[in-house]
Write a protein that binds this ligand. Structure first.
Ligand code: FES
Length: 74
């Protein structure tokens, strides 16, 4: 949620994850398969918006790519 990621659509990525997983930031799905956390900046601003999936930094996230990842976990 830092500036670089935010201006490149991080809010839309988070909204898509929240809608798909039916959780808010800081929550975990009832089946414990997905947790959603946000950070101010992970130091990867050059590849914004950056997302970390199970410890792996992923560049240039889109709402669509995030939803695809969530579908794999659920
Ligand atoms: S603002 Fe997203 S990694 Fe820095």
């Amino acid at each position: 949620m830092g500036t670089a990621c935010y201006v490149k659509g991080a809010d839309k990525v988070i909204a898509a994850v929240q809608a798909q997983a039916k959780i808010k930031s800081g929550e975990t799905t009832p089946d414990n398969k997905v947790s959603l956390l946000t950070a101010r900046c992970i130091g990867a601003c050059g590849i914004a918006p950056a997302v970390v999936y199970d410890g792996t930094v992923t560049p240039r996230a889109t709402p669509e790519s995030a939803v695809e990842q969530i579908k794999k976990w659920m």
